[in-house]
Ligand binder design. Structure first.
Ligand code: THU
Length: 136
């Protein structure tokens, strides 16, 4: 697909990689870092935060989204996710990201990188979640 602002991708991926190092993942040992850019141009990081009660664990993407929303942000234009192997966001995180996608039809870009910051795949939230749940 077309890369809209590749000049800024390196910065976002670098933050995702650095957030990966802050992951609290003693149970899975699978560290995930995320970085999102909002329409205001601000960027926010997040990491996965696990818990002894496994189901309470929070993914890196949702940590980043919730941090941004708590600062008043409402539209996310890009997310970079960094993992050991360049893994893809889970279904729950796709739905949460979709909620804050641009409303004008422009894509919410999703960048998947490995732990070295190498871009493994670029796609969009609509490609990852074509039929999101919508409450009407
Ligand atoms: N995880 C994320 O942080 N993001 C995802 O999109 C998928 C999974 C975390 C949750 C858990 O801490 C670890 O990866 C293993 O599932």
């Amino acid at each position: 697909m077309t890369t809209l602002n590749p000049d800024n991708d390196a910065e976002l991926i670098a933050l995702a990689v650095s957030m990966c190092k802050k992951a609290y993942a003693p149970y899975s040992a699978y560290a995930v870092g995320a970085a999102i850019r909002t329409e205001t141009g601000n960027i926010y990081g997040g990491c996965n935060v696990e818990n002894a009660s496994y189901g309470l664990s929070n993914c890196a993407e949702r940590t980043a989204v919730f941090s941004a929303v708590a600062q008043g942000e409402r539209i996310i234009t890009e997310v970079a996710v960094a993992t050991e192997d360049g893994g893809s966001p889970c279904g729950a995180c796709r739905q949460v990201l979709w909620e804050f996608a641009p409303k004008d039809g422009s894509p919410l870009r999703v960048l998947m990188a490995d732990k070295n910051g190498t871009l493994i795949r670029e796609t969009t939230i609509v490609e990852l979640l074509p039929e999101a749940f919508v409450l009407r």
